[in-house]
Ligand binder design. Structure first.
Ligand code: AP5
Length: 224
């Protein structure tokens, strides 16, 4: 399976990509996560990407495409992948199509998550991440304790808020999404690849809708 998940910041792409990754046994490839690692490590890509990310703007295509090419060439991506946050504009979509055509492996589906603006603000303001395992939680919908700590890692490290989840940066990210990324939906719709799901629902319900959109046999929500 080669899948693209599209949607506004905070629409739940990362959360659902992790679930699809477990279900299909293929990697989640998040350009946001890859860029954050590059920034953290101070690599050449990271140093170049930092200012754009802090400002809520898109990182230059050549950096993102370089990172994606390297990641998709890794052995675990040979059986498929879930692209989370890429492509984000038409030139990235065209570059991806060329990359996949050259290996004879076109996309299977592009799924667009639709979420109301007020719910997006609530999700982003409540998001907390474990720096150790990378899992994402929410203090409203998935309470990780007080003070928030990772319930999965053995020593329960404190959870942190992403530096680009400030009100001003989120507004900018939402504008960038509307102007540069959302129009890609029409591009993929014209190619007959787009599936749109209502993602204004609890995580389990969204997973069930996603599986249905992908033509997977009925997904039974996990208990609890
Ligand atoms: P990136 O990291 O991709 O951020 P984003 O697209 O803004 O998306 P988010 O990670 O904010 O949200 P999400 O949809 O994954 O939601 P999540 O599952 O976490 O990009 C960051 C920056 O990197 C960009 O601004 C840009 O600078 C750069 N960048 C990245 N890719 C690029 C590219 N291709 N080109 C150029 N630049 C690029 O969920 C959010 C919260 O809601 C969580 O707390 C979660 O627990 C909760 N939640 C999830 N689902 C539900 C639900 N159904 N109900 C209730 N709560 C839920």
């Amino acid at each position: 399976m080669r899948i693209v998940l599209m949607g506004a910041p905070g629409s739940g792409k990362g959360t659902q990509a992790q679930r699809l990754s477990e279900h299909f046994g293929i990697p989640q490839v998040s350009t946001g996560d890859l860029l954050r690692v590059a920034v953290e490590r101070g690599t050449q890509y990271g140093r170049a990407a930092r200012a754009a990310m802090d400002a809520g703007a898109l990182v230059a295509d050549e950096i993102v495409l370089g990172i994606i090419r390297e990641r998709l060439a890794e052995s675990d991506a040979a059986r498929g992948f879930i692209l989370d946050g890429f492509p984000r504009n038409l030139s990235q979509a065209e570059a991806l199509a060329k990359m996949l055509a050259s290996i004879g492996q076109p996309l299977d589906a592009v799924v667009l998550f639709e979420v109301d603006p007020a719910e997006i603000v609530r999700r982003i303001s409540g998001r907390r991440t474990c720096q150790r395992c990378g899992r994402v939680f929410n203090i409203y919908s998935n309470p990780p304790g007080s003070p928030p700590h990772c319930p999965v890692c053995a020593d329960h490290p404190p959870l942190t808020q992403r530096s680009d989840d400030t009100e001003a940066t989120v507004q900018r990210r939402l504008q960038v999404y509307e102007q540069q990324t959302r129009p890609l939906a029409e591009h993929y719709a014209a190619q007959g690849q787009l599936k749109t799901i209502d993602a204004n629902a609890p995580v389990e319900t969204v997973t069930a809708r996603l599986m249905e959109a992908l033509g997977e046999p009925a997904h039974r929500p996990r208990a609890g």
